[in-house]
Design a protein around this ligand. Structure first.
Ligand code: HEC
Ligand code: HEC
Length: 519
């Protein structure tokens, strides 16, 4: 076995030069980082924790590898994605590898090991895995030049934005607003599909998201993918050190701060509006309403194979009037999936379908706060499903209303009372649903009412990832609350409570006074 061969040569060479090195070490008190790890101690750790994915031979073909996207790294290729060496160097610095093993790679199955392994264990395993690529015998490249870091400011962000847009430098792949809405099909070095990162969700960056780390990615690019280096002198779009700091500050400024998941929040609050509810997705009143953002996770029924969805979160806003309720759903989608459209067909996976989104309510609002049935309802607990689809080149967008009592019994209702309309802009879908608060079919339709917690689930389909039918993402059950209509109610309650306290205090003081007089 190759592994054994490598280890034996390693041990032999160690014995052979051991004395010489020991002697040298006495004279040279400088230890390089490579000396921090011991490969033979690392081997055991590698087999225990890493070989399952990265393979016994380091070739990325471990038993757990089959279903993983991106696949576990083949260390024999010598390719590493996250480096802080000059852009044309291929041997990573030990610190780079250490950071990856310690922190893991967000958005991939590569876990961070710092909770499980000691620093020494991690240095050891690194020394071992470097043998697969022969990097145990090569010097890492020199660190890239950072120059003087330019702190973030409105001016720097502005300059960065110009450079980002100039010549389609970054927009070509990351889109006008950084959502990663690619215009072309991007492939990695092993012809696997890759997608430009959504820069508004920097928690998914593989190599970290502080400006210094972003600066490093812009400088080195991401080897093995189409993310280029902008320090490359040969590039027509290259950037100076100073310019790269401005772009890094701009990228950092794109981070979403409002539409992010707050695990504490489980309630979508619909506010009561005067007059009509919003009719369009860009009604300015949506900006004032409080958004709730939830995780979307794959819904997988037994026969379906596992898949890695591209949607991760959905943001919900709601408002209601005396007569109507309107719900706005917003989510990032790097592709607008319109079957029949040439650009959409080109960029999509096999089997382009429409994008879609759905809301599910119980037909009867339960009395208790007990979370109801998961999935699509059951015989005792039927549900309403409002389903919007983006349309094709031949057909406009559609909305349908279904009643379901579990997966087996789904009835498509004729002439749905539900309206929906969607708009797609720069990597984001916005879909508005609208329905009357009360309908003429109380036995079949949910009747909304104020001040009660209404269970609700959201589901979404990314048509470009061939999501269709039962293959989609969804949230767990959350609550929708039509906030109480009267603004005076809480104020009145407060006033009454205050008056009561004052009255009690009066009575108490009077009693004390009387008692003092009596004494
Ligand atoms: C559950 C599977 C899994 C396990 C277990 C795992 N890895 Fe990984 N690892 C991955 C995947 C997937 C990638 C590639 C991610 C990518 O290409 O974006 C990766 C990438 C790496 C990289 C490359 C980083 C870079 O900059 O390109 C290193 C180094 C690494 N793993 C080390 C380890 C070590 C050491 C262990 C054990 C302590 C380990 N991995 C265990 C899945 C795994
Ligand atoms: C030709 C397409 C392309 C261009 C042009 C491009 N990128 Fe990328 N970028 C990518 C791809 C693809 C990835 C994701 C690679 C992967 O799969 O890990 C990426 C990832 C990134 C990341 C995430 C880094 C991480 O740690 O995960 C950042 C930040 C980024 N790009 C910034 C930029 C900036 C800024 C520019 C312009 C100066 C730019 N990119 C130009 C394709 C591109």
């Amino acid at each position: 076995m190759r592994r054994v061969g490598l280890i034996t040569t390693n041990i032999l060479s160690r014995i052979a030069v051991g004395y010489a090195i020991a002697g040298l070490a006495l004279v040279l008190p400088i230890l390089t980082l490579a000396d921090l790890g011991e490969a033979d101690k690392g081997e055991e750790i590698y087999f225990q924790h890493c070989a399952g994915c990265h393979g016994e031979e380091g070739d990325g073909l471990g038993p757990g590898a089959e279903r993983l996207l991106p696949p576990p790294r083949d260390f024999t290729s010598g390719m590493f994605k996250i480096m802080t060496t000059a852009f044309d160097e291929y041997v990573p610095r030990d610190e780079d590898l250490f950071k990856m093993v310690s922190d893991g790679m967000p958005g991939t199955s590569m876990p961070g090991w710092s909770d499980l392994l000691s620093d020494q264990d991690m240095w050891n395993v690194l020394s071992y895995l470097k043998i697969f690529s022969g990097y145990d015998e090569e010097e890492p490249g020199p660190e890239l030049a950072y120059g003087e870091q330019i702190p973030s400011s409105a001016i720097s962000i502005g300059k960065g934005k110009e450079l980002y847009l100039e010549d389609d430098r970054c927009t070509e792949c990351h889109g006008l607003e950084g959502k990663g809405d690619a215009k072309k099909r991007l492939l990695g070095d092993n012809s696997e599909r890759t997608w430009p990162r959504n820069l508004t969700k920097p928690w998914n960056f593989l190599g970290g998201n502080d400006p210094r780390e972003i600066f490093a990615r812009i400088s080195t690019g991401i080897p093995g993918t189409q993310m280029p280096s902008f320090a490359d002198e040969a590039s027509t779009k290259k950037l100076s050190i100073e310019e790269r700091w401005h772009v890094a500050n701009y990228v950092k400024s794109l981070e979403k701060t409002v539409e992010v998941v707050d695990p504490q929040n489980t309630v979508v609050k619909a506010v009561l509006v005067e007059g009509d509810v919003a009719e369009t997705t860009d009604d300015p009143r949506w900006q004032e309403s409080q958004p709730s953002t939830f995780f979307l996770v794959p819904q997988i029924i037994a026969e379906e194979r596992q898949f890695t969805p591209s949607y991760d979160t959905i943001t919900v806003r709601a408002m209601y009037s005396e007569e109507y309720i309107a719900v706005l759903l917003t989510w990032d989608d790097r592709t607008k999936s319109i079957p029949g459209d040439a650009t959409a067909e080109k960029i999509s996976e096999e089997g382009l379908a429409e994008d879609g989104v759905a809301i599910q309510f119980p037909v009867t609002i339960p009395d208790s706060m007990e979370k109801p049935y998961f999935g699509m309802g059951d015989v005792a607990n039927p549900v309403n499903i409002w389903h919007w689809k983006s349309g094709t080149t031949d057909l406009p967008e559609t909305v349908s209303l279904m009643n379901a009592k579990g997966f087996a019994e789904i009835i498509l209702r004729e002439s749905p009372d539900v309206h929906a309309t969607g708009t797609y802009l720069n990597g984001t879908w916005r879909v508005l649903f609208k329905r009357k608060i009360a309908t003429e079919n109380p036995g079949e339709d949910i009747q909304f009412s104020e001040g009660v917690f209404i269970p609700v689930v959201f589901a979404a389909w990314d048509g470009s990832a061939a999501e269709n039918g039962s293959r989609h993402t969804m949230t767990t059950w959350y609550w929708l609350l039509l906030e109480s209509s009267s603004v005076w109610e809480p104020i009145l309650a407060g006033l009454i409570a205050m008056l009561l306290v004052i009255a009690v205090e009066f009575w108490w003081l009077r009693n004390i006074k009387r008692k003092q007089l009596a004494d």
